[in-house]
Design a protein around this ligand. Structure first.
Ligand SMILES: *[C@@H]1O[C@H](CO)[C@@H](O)[C@H](O)[C@H]1NC(C)=O
Ligand SMILES: *[C@@H]1O[C@H](CO)[C@@H](O)[C@H](O)[C@H]1NC(C)=O
Ligand SMILES: *[C@@H]1O[C@H](CO)[C@@H](O)[C@H](O)[C@H]1NC(C)=O
Ligand SMILES: *[C@@H]1O[C@H](CO)[C@@H](O)[C@H](O)[C@H]1NC(C)=O
Ligand SMILES: *[C@@H]1O[C@H](CO)[C@@H](O)[C@H](O)[C@H]1NC(C)=O
Ligand SMILES: *[C@@H]1O[C@H](CO)[C@@H](O)[C@H](O)[C@H]1NC(C)=O
Ligand SMILES: *[C@@H]1O[C@H](CO)[C@@H](O)[C@H](O)[C@H]1NC(C)=O
Ligand SMILES: *[C@@H]1O[C@H](CO)[C@@H](O)[C@H](O)[C@H]1NC(C)=O
Ligand SMILES: *[C@@H]1O[C@H](CO)[C@@H](O)[C@H](O)[C@H]1NC(C)=O
Length: 486
């Protein structure tokens, strides 16, 4: 299949970057107050008159699973996010939006008919016994939204809610699965009435694929329905279906990213069309769920490459990119690569032959404070710089350290496998934690960290920090040091 390594289908801006803040998939995204952007499994709504972006998502504080309500952030560039509070607040004692209820996958759409903003979500009790769709309204896009109802869509069950608005006729559709039971496992595409106050008609049913987290990308010629398999918090290979019309016929599903990358460790859920003056860009807005600390789950937003002739859509990785929301142009930011082959090792860490590694080498045995890999002579600017750490974590296929453990679990608990420590210039007191999620054998993925590199030459050391009471780090292939943003 035609996965483009360098995403040649993207038109790169020749002259200069936009003034937008760069988009760094998988990083800890901070809002304009410096807090983590807390808007999981959400959607972005473009305000009609202003073109401003509003991001709605599940608000989760540390240790919280349900009942956090729906947060909202605003942005002009999709990189700088201003917190605008809770758009939908849970109401203690409320029959549907109590603090113990599930308020999942919220999406907001403007209704011309009512002149209000309408929020829809998966409404449930804490044991997923209801499988309903919640509905709330507000006069202003940021809310506060008032609860209207929670209903069973045309009498059926609803899970993993998505919402799509056709840009050609303005009609909105709900996307949802009808649950995990044997008689369910379908994904519905159902139209709303004109006012988006209730569902009207089933337009298509994706039968028995047992998929979830649906979103639709609309190009001038096609509709592309993206969905994830059902593997809990463990990501998988997201698939897409293509059709000329929403009612179908829909194509066979196909995998949209490099095999075994599990969609770069992310799940689908929303997508955004940016109608720029130079080109239209389609963004995949994925979630990188973190099962031990849901509140710290990250976001994987990437541009999509679409080939109408080959009837193919793909997601290409960029460590960092500049997105100009006015022109629609995407410019990947180029960094300098340093290979682990040229880094020094200490303790039990060593270079090992690896056919999939850069220059056929990967650095393994990284453990605790002493068995580390150190990159030397890394030029720094004296300003914070993004560094992408490319690693392999193969814990997925093994049993970890626990007898009887299953993949992705330690002691029966879903969790990240490895957290490494990153230390610049021996400044151990400023240690950074590097999350290294399962990849797959032979699959090298990256996680970024913003590091304070000093002006002149720096060393960057990577040791092991946490892995269920052991201190293993993942195998390191290379690092890519990016220029400072300003
Ligand atoms: C849409 O909502 C408006 C305002 O409530 C109402 O006047 C109108 O009748 C509704 N339209 C339809 C088709 O229900
Ligand atoms: C959730 O709803 C289902 C169906 O009504 C019910 O069986 C279950 O006990 C409820 N769970 C809780 C925690 O109340
Ligand atoms: C809606 O927004 C306008 C302008 O920002 C503000 O004046 C008004 O008070 C807001 N209404 C509500 C209900 O928050
Ligand atoms: C409800 O779900 C069942 C099982 O998938 C299906 O047979 C039935 O057609 C659905 N009905 C509606 C109205 O969605
Ligand atoms: C896209 O933007 C152009 C202006 O840049 C506008 O003329 C056109 O109507 C827009 N198309 C859609 C479908 O929004
Ligand atoms: C990297 O290491 C290889 C051999 O291990 C050596 O040939 C090469 O010169 C080194 N490159 C740099 C930039 O040090
Ligand atoms: C690594 O060093 C830190 C502080 O210097 C210490 O707290 C920690 O226990 C050490 N870890 C191991 C595995 O020795
Ligand atoms: C590590 O695994 C053990 C054994 O399964 C479990 O009891 C313990 O809670 C886990 N520790 C952490 C910190 O996750
Ligand atoms: C860092 O510490 C090691 C010994 O632990 C030392 O050999 C090295 O020179 C130090 N590097 C810097 C940049 O201070």
């Amino acid at each position: 299949m035609g996965f483009s390594k360098t995403s040649c289908q993207l038109v790169l801006a020749a002259a200069g970057l936009s003034n937008a803040k760069w988009i760094v998939p998988g990083a800890r995204w901070r809002d304009t107050k410096g807090d983590l952007v807390n808007a999981h499994a959400g959607g972005v709504t473009i305000e009609k008159d202003t073109g401003k972006f509003f991001w709605f998502g599940e608000y989760k504080i540390e240790g919280q699973v349900e009942g956090g309500g729906v947060s909202v952030y605003s942005s002009d560039d999709l990189g700088t996010w201003e917190p605008r509070g809770l758009a939908l607040k849970p109401v203690p004692g409320h029959p549907y939006i109590d603090t113990h209820h599930i308020i999942q996958r919220p999406k907001v759409v403007y209704s011309e008919g009512t002149g209000k903003y309408h929020m829809w979500w998966h409404a449930d009790n804490s044991t997923y016994g209801w499988l309903l769709q919640g509905f709330a309204q507000a006069d202003n896009i940021t809310g506060p939204y008032s609860f209207v109802d929670a209903t069973a869509p045309l009498g059926n069950l609803s899970q993993d809610f998505g919402l799509f608005t056709d840009y050609k006729d303005g009609r909105s559709y709900a996307l949802y699965s009808n649950g995990d039971r044997r008689e369910g496992r379908d994904v519905y595409l159902t139209s709303y009435n004109e006012n988006v106050t209730a569902l009207e008609k089933i337009v298509h049913r994706f039968d028995k694929y047992d998929l979830e987290a649906p979103t639709i990308v609309q190009t001038d010629q096609s509709y592309w329905a993206l969905m994830s398999h059902k593997t809990g918090y463990r990501p998988n290979n997201v698939v897409a279906f293509r059709a000329d019309n929403l009612a179908g016929p829909w194509s066979q599903p196909f995998i949209i990213s490099l095999l075994n990358t599990r969609t770069y460790n992310s799940q689908s859920g929303f997508s955004l069309r940016i109608n720029g003056t130079k080109r239209t860009t389609y963004l995949y807005l994925g979630d990188q769920w973190d099962s031990i600390s849901l509140w710290e789950s990250r976001y994987i937003w990437l541009p999509l490459s679409i080939d109408e002739r080959k009837k193919f859509l793909s997601l290409d990785w960029h460590d960092i990119y500049d997105l100009n929301v006015k022109t629609g142009e995407v410019t990947p930011i180029k960094g300098t690569t340093y290979y682990s082959r040229n880094a020094t090792t200490s303790g039990d860490a060593y270079h090992q032959e690896a056919a999939f590694g850069s220059q056929q080498v990967i650095t393994t045995g990284i453990y605790g404070n002493d068995s580390k890999v150190t990159f030397h002579n890394i030029p720094g600017s004296g300003k914070p710089q993004w560094v992408s750490f490319y690693y392999q974590n193969t814990d997925d296929m093994g049993f970890g350290d626990q007898p009887g453990g299953t993949p992705d679990r330690f002691g029966g608990t879903w969790q990240l496998r490895r957290i490494a420590s990153v230390v610049v210039n021996n400044r151990t007191e400023e240690l950074s934690t590097l999350y290294q999620r399962d990849t797959h054998k032979g699959i090298v993925l990256s996680t970024p960290l913003l590091l304070d590199l000093e002006k002149g030459m720096n060393t960057i050391s990577i040791g092991g920090l946490f892995n269920n009471q052991t201190y293993k780090g993942a195998d390191i292939d290379r690092i890519v040091v990016h220029p400072p943003e300003e």
